[in-house]
Design a protein around this ligand. Structure first.
Ligand code: ATP
Ligand code: MG
Length: 250
């Protein structure tokens, strides 16, 4: 489904991504873990062409692209196949939930308004917001706003959804409702790459875990393996810090 090869990205002399390669199969839920500054957001942004990589390629749904390209046409084609869920929701504050979700359809996909309304209503119902269609972001809780963000991603029926720390801006009591929504999508076979610090989510829901450190993937594999027998000392230390509450012997 998605194959990423040898991505490099620098900001000035800060070499942030130093050759990142990984594969995502159809229906995979890939959890990307790693310390702050390890390059997780930059990696996702390069795949969505919010940033231009200095080197690297990807193959997505049969389409091969050079990640350094500035071509508007290729950017558009890739964004037809993908959706992005942001840490801070990125909703338009002057639009209702329904209008926010419709915009992704009417503007980027040229869907006609009535059809867009139908699809957006269904997407919002799916994330449990059927009763909140006409609410503005300021009238919704953080968890509800993020579920609007997820509905907006779902509405365009993407091949893959990228999530950048979808719960890290939320109050702790609101994290669960958003994770439950993502879990439900996982159950339905939605292909997703999720940058997260929620270790129990990574352990229980992900089909694959990637651990990033200093701009490289230090370790990747099935959650069982990474969480119980990490091969790298740095992975072990990172997980130990987060897993104090878990009964793991690492
Ligand atoms: N637009 C930018 N301009 C300059 N430097 C940047 C930019 N975006 C990211 N960086 C730098 O790239 C490095 C990696 O940042 P990135 O946001 O990808 O890390 P991260 O793993 O997502 O961290 P966090 O867990 O804190 O979100 C950092 O050193 C950051 O300062
Ligand atoms: Mg980040």
């Amino acid at each position: 489904m998605l194959s990423v090869r040898d991505v490099h990205k620098s900001f000035g002399d800060n070499h942030v991504l130093k050759g990142v390669s990984f594969d995502v199969g159809e229906g995979d839920v890939v959890a990307v873990l790693g310390a702050s500054g390890s390059g997780k957001t930059t990696l996702l942004r390069c795949l969505e062409f919010f940033e231009h990589a200095d080197e690297g390629e990807m193959e997505l749904d049969g389409m091969s692209v050079d990640l350094t390209t500035h071509s508007a046409k290729i950017t558009r084609q890739i964004r037809q196949k993908t959706a992005f869920v942001f840490q801070n929701y990125n909703l338009f504050n002057n639009k209702t939930a329904l209008e926010n979700v419709m915009l992704g359809l009417t503007v980027a996909r040229k869907t006609d308004k009535e059809k867009a309304r139908e699809i957006a209503t269904a997407a919002l119902a799916k994330v449990g917001l059927a009763e909140r269609l006409d609410y503005y972001p300021c009238e919704l809780s953080g968890g509800q706003q993020q579920r609007v963000g997820i509905a907006r991603a779902l509405a365009v029926n993407p091949k893959i959804i990228f999530f950048d720390e979808p719960t890290s801006a939320l109050d702790p009591e609101l994290v669960g409702e958003v994770l439950d929504t993502i879990k439900q999508l996982a159950k339905e076979g939605t292909t997703m790459v999720v940058v997260t610090h929620e270790m129990s989510f990574a352990r229980d829901v992900a089909t694959k875990v990637i651990y990033m450190d200093g701009g490289v993937i230090l370790e990747q594999g099935k959650p069982d393996k990474i969480f119980t027998q990490p091969e790298n000392e740095r992975t072990r230390k990172f997980l130990a810090r987060y897993l104090q509450d878990f009964d793991y012997n690492i």
